[in-house]
Design a protein around this ligand. Structure first.
Ligand code: E4P
Length: 217
């Protein structure tokens, strides 16, 4: 399973990238706002840093304007995935932009039928939002499972990019289900390394080591 980082914070991306953990990056208008950066400038910087797909989201709501924005974003670098919302106009833009050879990430997916349409419109990635479904007492992981079944039934090549990841359990559950990609905020990726028994065990080892009076270096 690939790890994308869900942020426009270049320092956070760089730190994770140095560890080899970054297969791609996703951004959205809220993350651009949080970064305080110009969208074209920060996206270019991220594309220069990362070999994998970097999602940059259109903000127009009508298909022709989305296509124009998508073409402009795609010119930033070869590894741009144009992100379009899962609306009727977004699907039109997805079809045109993917037919032109661009990677397209269809975002804000909340149902299996939406995912089916995105695949038929040529999406490279479908982004089902797990956390936001959990927020309204639905089960986001059920959606990932349903899309996996449907895409496998018909051999769709669209990759399932599990988004709105809030917990470390979301990551392992997506891996068990067979999502192709998870996109998670930097803190969730860092938290994957944590375990209370690791901390407890290390603490005991350090106390015993101090009692030996030895040094390695
Ligand atoms: C990524 O592509 C999505 O925009 C992002 O994961 C949404 O996450 P959120 O629901 O935590 O805002």
């Amino acid at each position: 399973m690939k790890f994308f980082v869900d942020t426009a914070d270049v320092d956070a991306i760089a730190e994770l990238n140095d560890l080899g953990f970054v297969d791609g990056v996703t951004t959205n208008p809220s993350l651009i706002l949080k970064s305080g950066r110009d969208i074209l400038e920060v996206t270019r910087e991220i594309c220069d840093m990362i070999d994998g797909p970097v999602s940059a989201e259109v903000v127009a709501l009508e298909a022709d304007a989305m296509i124009a924005e998508g073409r402009k974003l795609a010119k930033i670098a070869d590894n741009i995935a144009v992100k379009v919302p899962l609306t009727w106009d977004g699907l039109k833009a997805c079809k045109v932009l993917s037919d032109e050879g661009n990677m397209v990430n269809v975002t804000l997916c909340f149902s299996a039928n939406q995912a089916l349409l995105a695949a038929k419109a040529g999406a490279t990635f479908i982004s089902p939002f797990i956390g936001r479904l959990d927020d309204i007492n639905l089960d986001g992981l059920d959606l990932i499972e349903d899309i996996r079944t449907i895409y496998d039934n018909y051999n769709f090549k669209t990759e399932i990019l599990a988004a709105s990841i809030r917990t470390v359990n979301h990551v392992s559950d997506c891996a068990k289900i067979g999502a192709d990609v998870v996109t998670a905020p930097p803190n969730v990726l860092q938290n994957l390394a944590k375990h209370v028994l690791t901390d407890k065990g290390l603490d005991a080892f350090m106390k015993d080591w101090a009692k030996t009076g030895q040094q390695i270096l």
